[in-house]
Design a protein around this ligand. Structure first.
Ligand SMILES: CC(=O)N[C@H]1[C@@H](OP(=O)(O)OP(=O)(O)OC[C@H]2O[C@@H](n3ccc(=O)[nH]c3=O)[C@H](O)[C@@H]2O)O[C@H](CO)[C@@H](O)[C@@H]1O
Ligand SMILES: C=C(OP(=O)(O)O)C(=O)O
Length: 444
């Protein structure tokens, strides 16, 4: 039986842990990225699509994953860790279609259970999910898409009751937004629909692609993987599969930046430079960050001098998140902290989430020169010497950005609320120490 740590179940109130960091050391050596969090979560949900065993390899050891494993176990799946990072999950029979509300409220991805439960049992009751508080996290696209498949939806203040009394029917669906989890949910539900479903304006992030490939490996038939139009043949029997989760490209992007601003030489293994990082390369080059490619590895050279590359005619360059294959929203906070270390001026424009930039006041308190123009735009003028501070992590990525700031600051910083960082980065302090960082996890 999968033993979920008590601290995860009570994550809302737990964690008296903090990182104490002394900045100044170059981050250098060889780094092996974890598996992609945002692939692992829908892939764990997708194990409910079959009564056969699914084996997932390279599953990151992070809090969100622990919560998701606990959720599928509470629904009746058997969850066994075969080896570190290798999980065998079998949902031979489901004992409930109502995932544990307390666990659901801890992670946004809990809503990904809706698609598989509808596919398997024709019903699901889910509370409003949790996740990062980075602005409104709409579920409108999920609900719209389910309704197109014939799902009846009752929306209560605290939960959603989804039923498919007449079964699921394939449909030609144009999503109102290219929502990542919305696409994943409708794809999973469509595997059990009668006939063919076409999902247009689909999200195409690497984790959406990997989920679709997993479903094909289970015996499904999805065409158009990687494009904005997915065609799903419904009603095929789905069986067991063994899938290796690809590297987490947000973690890779975070560590490229970390090495560049601390001056170390870092080799990042299995980084998928061509598949995952072409746009990140273009954007990081605007900050003067360079890297080399060696097979599937990325090598960040030591001693880089970061200088903002002006746009044509000397215009101030803009770094803006986009839908895939554009610059990932989850790297915007990282790019912002990197910009504080580059000579020049850059505009950071985060249009997706209206609450993701408020944490810059913490960087300003460390010495960064930033004007927060409005909830979506910040002008960063660098380079700034940063000084250690007492900090609190508001969300995963801002938390990692604060870790980067603290690692290049003079003096000591303490970062509180690190359970937010641990949601997405596994054993961060331990892995950073192996690369030369002066970081310890303390109880406060
Ligand atoms: C578990 C998981 O996978 N979480 C990721 C997922 O969240 P999630 O699936 O929740 O994010 P969505 O793709 O649904 O939407 C992100 C935001 O962008 C807006 N939006 C999206 C598409 C669009 O065409 N127009 C539009 O305005 C949405 O209203 C929302 O505010 O994708 C986000 C965007 O990459 C990432 O930050 C999250 O880490
Ligand atoms: C916003 C994120 O995650 P979630 O959607 O799970 O809250 C993230 O990974 O940066």
């Amino acid at each position: 039986m999968f033993d979920i740590p008590t601290k995860v179940i009570h994550a809302g109130v737990q964690t008296m842990e903090a990182y104490r960091i002394r900045g100044g050391n170059p981050i250098q050596g060889t780094f092996v990225p974890q598996g992609n969090k945002n692939a692992a979560l829908p892939m764990i949900a997708a194990t409910l699509l079959t009564d056969q065993e699914i084996v997932l390899e390279n599953v990151p050891d992070i809090r969100d994953v622990q919560v998701m494993l606990a959720l599928v176990e509470h629904l009746g799946a058997t969850v066994v860790e075969e080896a570190p990072g290798v999980w065998r999950i079998r949902a031979e029979t489901l004992t409930s279609t109502r995932p544990d509300p307390a666990l659901c409220r801890q992670i946004r991805a809990s809503f990904l259970l809706a698609g598989p439960l509808l596919a398997r049992e024709g019903r699901a009751t889910l509370p409003r999910p949790g996740g990062d508080r980075i602005g409104r996290r709409p579920l409108d696209t999920h609900i719209y898409a389910f309704e197109q498949l014939g799902v009846e939806v009752e929306i209560l203040p605290d939960r959603y009751i989804l039923t498919a009394p007449h079964g699921l029917y394939g449909a030609d669906i144009f999503l109102p937004e290219a929502s990542v989890t919305g696409t994943e949910n409708v794809v999973m539900a469509a595997t059990a629909a009668q006939g063919t479903t076409i999902v247009r304006n689909a999200a195409a992030e690497p984790h959406v692609q990997q989920l679709c490939r997993m479903i094909n490996a289970m015996g499904g038939h999805i065409e158009g993987i990687g494009s904005s139009t997915l065609v799903i043949e419904g009603g095929l029997p789905l069986g067991g599969a063994r899938e290796r989760i690809e590297s987490d490209y947000i973690e890779v992007g975070s560590f490229i930046g970390l090495a560049a601003v601390t001056g170390g030489e870092l080799r990042i293994k299995d980084a998928y430079p061509n598949e995952h990082h072409r746009m990140t390369r273009i954007v990081y080059e605007r900050l003067g960050i360079r890297w080399e490619v060696d097979g599937n590895d990325i090598i960040v050279p030591a001693g880089q001098t970061l200088e903002v590359q002006d746009a044509l005619h000397g215009a101030i360059p803009e770094i803006k998140d986009q839908l895939w294959p554009g610059f990932p929203a989850d790297l915007t906070s990282i790019a912002l902290v990197l910009a504080t270390q580059a000579r020049g001026t850059v505009l950071i424009h985060e249009w997706m989430f209206e609450g993701r930039l408020f944490w810059v006041d913490k960087l300003i308190s460390m010495g960064a020169r930033i004007v927060l123009c409005d909830p979506h735009r910040a002008v960063v003028v660098g380079p700034s010497k940063l000084y250690g501070q007492e900090l609190t992590s508001p969300d995963i990525r801002a938390g990692m950005a604060l870790v980067i700031a603290a690692l290049c600051a003079e003096g000591e910083s303490t970062i509180y609320n690190i359970h937010q960082i641990q949601r997405g980065y596994s054993r961060l302090d331990e892995r950073l120490r192996a690369l030369g960082a002066d970081i310890e996890r303390i109880t406060v």
